[in-house]
Each structure stands twice: as C-alpha cells, then as structure tokens.
Design a binder for this molecule. Structure first.
Ligand SMILES: Cc1ncc(COP(=O)(O)O)c(C=O)c1O
Length: 495
C-alpha cells in the first residue's frame, strides 16, 4: 500500500491510476464539447463567483470523479467554448486534436526546456520546429529563435534584442542613448508594443505612431516622414514594428516597402505576425506575407492561426547571434563551459527559465495532419470572412470598415434618423445582450472614436448561415435598444 499522498504522484507505481484519471477527465470534456449548444451560458461573474467561492480549498474531495463533478459547476458548464461556430469574438481558435495529444504527453512527462539535462529530445524537437518556421519565413542560414508564452512575450523579446543592438550601434553611453530610443509602429499595431517599451525602460513617448491608410495598413510615406523626423530631432529609431495581421482589422502592413526603408535607414525590422502567421501554411495565400523574409525578427502565434492550444508562440530572428542579449549563465544551470561543450541549453535564448514543452503540440500537429491541412483550415476562415464582409456590406442596416486580408470583420449597426445618436450605445448594448443570452459571442472595438463590433473568425465550422443568424440577432438587439431610447412615437416617424 502506498501512503495516501503518494497515490497521487505519477510514478511507475501509479501509471494505471494516471491513465484512469486522465481518461475520465478527457471523457467529461468530450461529452461537454459534443453537447455544447451555445458558445457561452451568459452567466454573470457575480453569479459564478458564488459557486467558486463556496469551494473549500482546505477540504479536498480525495476523488477525481467528485472533483470533476464540482469542476462542472465552477468551470466546464459556463466556460466560453471556442469550438462553437457562433463564438466569433477574439483571436481564439478551436484546437486540433493532434495538438491535444501533444499537450497530454508534454504535461505528463513534464520536460522543462530550459536545459538539455531537463529535456533531452524536447530541446531538439523545439529546435527543429524553430528551424522549420524560420525556413517557411525565409530568414536565411543564420536564423534561430525560441518558443515563448505568447505574442506579447515574443514582441517584448524582439524589442529587447532591438534595443540592445541599437544601444550598441549608437556608440553613446547607455544612459544617454536610452531616452532617445524610438519604436515606430502603426496605430493598428498591438498594444504589447507599448507595454514592451515601458518594460524596456524607454521614454514614455518612445512609441511613435505611424499613420495608416484607409485599409489600416502602415503608409510607407508616413514611415518616411517619421524616420526623417526622428533623424532631425536626434532620436534613435531602434525598431520599426510592422504587423502582419492587425488584431482588429486583419490588415497586413506593406512589408516589402517597409523592409526597404528599414534596410536603408539601418533600422531593426520586427514583424508581428502573431495573427497572420497561419499564412505560412497556406498554399494559396502565402504571398500575402511577401517581404517578411527581410525582417530581423518575427513573432508567430501558433495558438492563433495554427489552431494550437494556448500557449504556443515563437520569436524568430534573422541572426541567431542577437539572441545573446537574453543570455545569462548561472553556475547551477547553464554554466558558460557548456557552450564550448556544445550542449544545447535553450535557456540561453529565452526570457523564461522553466519552460513548457509547447513545441510538442506543433510537432504532433505536423506529424499527424501536416502543415497543408493547417493552411486549409486558415484559408477556410479567411474565405468566410470575405463572405461575411459581403453580407454585411449589402445590408443597409450596417456599416462595414475595411475588408480584412485575414479573418476579421469590423462593422456596426447604424440606425437612421433620430436614432443615429444612439449608434454607439446600441452596438455596445447588442454585444452585451448577445453574450448574456449566450446565443453568440462577438467582440467590440472603437474605430475613429466610434463603437464598432467585430467578428474574428477562426473556426472553419462557422458557416455563412451562422454569421447571417448572428447579424440578425445584432440587428434585433441594437434596433430594440434604439427604439427604446428614442421612444415609440419617434421610432414610428423614423421608420
Ligand atoms: C497582432 C498581435 N500581436 C500580439 C498579440 C499578443 O499575443 P498574445 O495574446 O499571445 O500575448 C496579439 C493578440 O491578439 C495580436 O493580435
């Protein structure tokens, strides 16, 4: 008999218990996924908090089945399900089963990818996937990279490398150069650029916004002006961040034009392809990323358009030597002599120390279904977004913003007549009402100060009929709001 606590430890003595327990968990999830008829129950946080708060964490149930029953009430029943075709909100994808197999394996074996002596083959697999991705991007023979926890961390690390390179190139004392560093990015770029600038100790005004065109793509002429203005006022441009798939608009900045300017100015080009990276696997749309191969660094989020479970992201760099800016040697972990011994310690390239073997999910995905199949899934949702854009564009009740190159659609319900003043409030209301009903989940954003709604399509199972149905629901909720706001008499005269 094992002491009670040890029954729960995965060892050679408990492997069968592990199998039973995890199988039961997987069976519950499978049931839940198969039976989900709405993306969300619409429960309010204060109601769910009542369930969560009543759990006494100091009184264990001792039994997996009982804990799974309880989990149903505190999580599974009211979770937000991205696999449901009417979840149309954020950049969350349904996940592919080969990746879930990888997830199950990686958490049970629990390799940590900081050092070779904690991961062995895991390190080599991660390295192969980095090389594979760098090759798809076309970064050249010196390319390297590292898996990270997500796009924000990849962007942070890219900008850390860019900062160090710029400081070294400036020839100035660090304290003098640091406040002069600037990062140029478009207004449609991701907010993690701003956050990274702050974390990297840059000046509060270090991120300079470069104008976009009507399609929300960075204007090369505006970039010229920003570069020139920095040069004139003695600022040091440490990086230009181009986005290949902006979060709201799915727009891809003109990469070749931007790359040309960065090369001429000797400025680090970072391409944030957190969203657009799925095009690397597309057989029909890869050309949309042309120019990305000229980047100094690239962010890819496999947990967005490669249909991988969170977390799965990577930072790739053209010149692997730049990763040294993230290197520290600790005697207990990765002493410098190991470099000479050619022991591959991934921690030398990472901001994290202990690190999940997330790469295994992508490995299993490529080994079971292959990159073309991933590309097909992404192509499907891009096609669907184009169809949704047409649908909304032809509907006089709605206004659509720019046509996405990827899979977002930004739109708003636009009341006519006296109801027009309630447009912002009506769209906000429609979003909330939809989520509360659980019928669909859509996102919201502001465009030029006005409230808009957004579909982010990442589920190939979402049909155009699903989208049409959600559009009707939005119109109903927003229309009712406006009617109520302007009052029945005015509503009649307005219609
Ligand atoms: C363009 C872009 N970059 C970076 C990020 C941040 O990625 P993560 O949420 O994985 O940190 C996002 C997230 O939506 C994004 O859309």
């Amino acid at each position: 008999m094992l002491p009670a606590a040890r029954e729960h430890l995965l060892t050679n003595a408990t492997a069968d218990r592990y199998l039973r327990t995890v199988t039961e968990g997987a069976a519950r999830v499978a049931d839940r996924i198969a039976g989900t008829d709405r993306p969300f129950t619409g429960i309010a946080p204060e109601h769910l908090a009542l369930e969560v708060d009543t759990v006494d964490l100091d009184r264990p149930l001792g039994d997996a089945s009982a804990a799974l029953d309880e989990l149903n009430d505190v999580y599974l029943r009211d979770a937000v399900y991205f696999h449901h075709p009417r979840y149309l909100a954020h950049l969350n994808c349904p996940v592919v089963i080969p990746a879930l197999l990888g997830e199950a394996v990686l958490s049970a074996v629990n390799s940590s990818l900081d050092t070779w002596d904690q991961s062995a083959g895991g390190t080599l697999i991660e390295q192969r996937l980095i090389d594979w991705t760098a090759q798809r991007i076309g970064l050249g023979p010196l390319a390297d990279g590292i898996f990270t926890s997500g796009g924000s961390q990849s962007n942070l690390q890219a900008l850390l490398l860019a900062r160090e390179e710029a400081l070294a190139a400036s020839g100035l004392p660090r304290a003098q150069a640091l406040p002069r560093l600037r990062v140029l990015a478009s207004a449609a770029g991701h907010f993690s650029v701003q956050k990274s600038a702050k974390l990297l100790g840059l000046a509060p005004d270090a991120v300079v916004t470069v104008e976009v065109d009507a399609d929300r793509r960075m204007r090369p002429a505006a970039l010229d002006r920003a570069l020139e203005s920095c040069r004139r006022d003695g600022s040091i441009v440490m990086a230009v961040v181009a986005t290949a798939g902006t979060t709201d608009f799915g727009s891809i900045d003109p990469l070749p034009e931007i790359a040309r300017r960065c090369a001429a100015a000797g400025v680090w080009l970072h391409v944030d392809a957190a969203y657009g990276c799925g095009l690397l696997a597309s057989r029909t749309r890869r050309h949309l990323l042309d120019g990305i191969e000229q980047a100094d660094s690239v962010t890819v989020d496999y947990h967005k358009s490669f249909f991988q479970p969170v977390s799965s992201s990577a930072l790739l760099v053209r010149d692997g030597r730049t990763l040294r800016h993230a290197t520290y040697h600790a005697d207990y972990l990765n002493p410098e002599r190991m470099v000479a011994e050619r022991i591959p310690n991934q921690v030398n390239k990472s901001l994290q120390t202990t690190r999940r073997f997330d790469a295994l999910k992508l490995w299993m995905t490529l080994r079971i279904m292959g990159a073309d199949a991933i590309g097909e899934l992404f192509d499907d949702v891009v096609d669907r977004a184009a169809a949704a854009w047409n649908l909304l564009g032809e509907d006089p009740r709605f206004e659509v913003v720019t046509r996405s190159q990827l899979s977002t659609v930004v739109f708003r319900y636009l009341p006519t007549g006296p109801g027009r003043v309630y447009a912002d409030a009506a769209n906000l209301h429609a979003r909330k009402a939809l989520a509360a009903s659980g019928d669909a989940v859509v996102a919201g954003t502001t465009v030029d100060g006005r409230q808009f709604l957004k579909f982010t399509l990442l589920n190939p199972e979402t049909t155009i009929d699903d989208i049409a149905a959600v559009v009707e629901l939005v119109a109903e909720h927003a229309g009712r709001y406006v009617e109520h706001a302007i009052g029945p008499v005015l509503a009649c005269t307005a219609s």
